[in-house]
Design a protein around this ligand. Structure first.
Ligand SMILES: [Zn+2]
Ligand SMILES: [Zn+2]
Length: 274
């Protein structure tokens, strides 16, 4: 790994509001030059924990993610087969996920889901991998991190059908209110990313304003989707989660501090050991 423990920033108790970035790909090579510095900036911004989803098909992704969560005890790892990679979903990957989940090396299965915008894997391949991993998560009693793009109705239907007793997160939410409502009824949390700050995201802001406070989470989906006012940056990072939070607090008509308190409480109710 690219850093030594001697350089590891400590996680201070923040003086201001405390945030949790519910989704950031800190394993990606975009962070290779300055991973610990980015985490240091996150701590300075009041971010106390990050959930890091690894790609189970990549040994490097998994290794880097597990190294991060080993060095930062409040951080959590997830792993899964992303809908883009669904065509590569294999018995071997399922076995690896089962082992990691059973040993609680990972706190959730994900990201898993359906992406009918890109369709990098055929819809039927996506559905097969999604269903299989939903069943596995249920068997392991682990929450799921769901990626859904232009697939809200199908995602809600599959989750309801397969059962997902440990619940989970709809991450980087971009679907409509009807899907949000169905997923909330199924016990899920809705996580908003920097997209919420984009000028054109008016209808998403309307959806966000309707999600009950006790179902809301915030995330960056770093290194993607840098929020306003950092759109010109090539890379997003967990410290910027506060920009999405500012917009969300406004939409909900609550203070920045109140939103920090509820989103942190929501995350901890799903992941008590974070
Ligand atoms: Zn995603
Ligand atoms: Zn992601």
């Amino acid at each position: 790994m690219n850093t030594t423990d001697g350089n590891r920033p400590q996680n201070p108790t923040p003086e201001g509001p405390a945030w949790i970035d519910s989704h950031a790909h800190l394993d990606m090579e975009d962070f290779d030059p300055d991973r610990d510095e980015a985490i240091r900036r996150a701590f300075a911004a009041g971010v106390t924990a990050v959930l890091c989803p690894a790609d189970i098909a990549s040994d490097k992704s998994l290794r880097t993610t597990l190294d991060i969560v080993a060095r930062y005890p409040s951080f959590l790892a997830a792993a899964g087969v992303h809908p883009h990679q669904a065509k590569l979903y294999s018995e071997n990957q399922a076995r690896k996920l089962r082992d990691l989940g059973a040993g609680r090396t990972i706190a959730a299965l994900g990201e898993i889901g359906l992406d009918f915008h890109y369709n990098f894997s055929a819809p039927e391949e996506q559905k097969r991998a999604f269903r299989d991993q939903l069943l596995l998560a249920d068997e392991l009693r682990l929450p799921v991190i769901i990626h859904s793009r232009l697939a809200g109705a199908e995602v809600a239907t599959e989750v309801k059908k397969q059962g997902c007793r440990s619940g989970g997160i709809l991450h980087c939410y971009t679907e409509d209110w009807d899907t949000a409502r169905r997923m909330i009824d199924l016990g899920f949390y809705i996580s908003f990313s920097g997209i919420l700050t984009f000028p054109k995201a008016g209808s998403l802001r309307e959806v966000a304003s309707k999600v009950p406070l006790d179902r809301l989470l915030v995330e960056t989906d770093s290194p993607f989707l840098a929020p306003v006012p950092f759109r010109d940056r090539k890379r997003n990072e967990p410290a910027f989660v506060v920009e999405t939070a500012r917009v969300l607090a406004n939409l909900k008509g609550v203070s920045f501090e109140k939103l920090a308190e509820v989103t942190t409480r929501n995350f901890l109710s799903l992941f008590p050991r974070a």
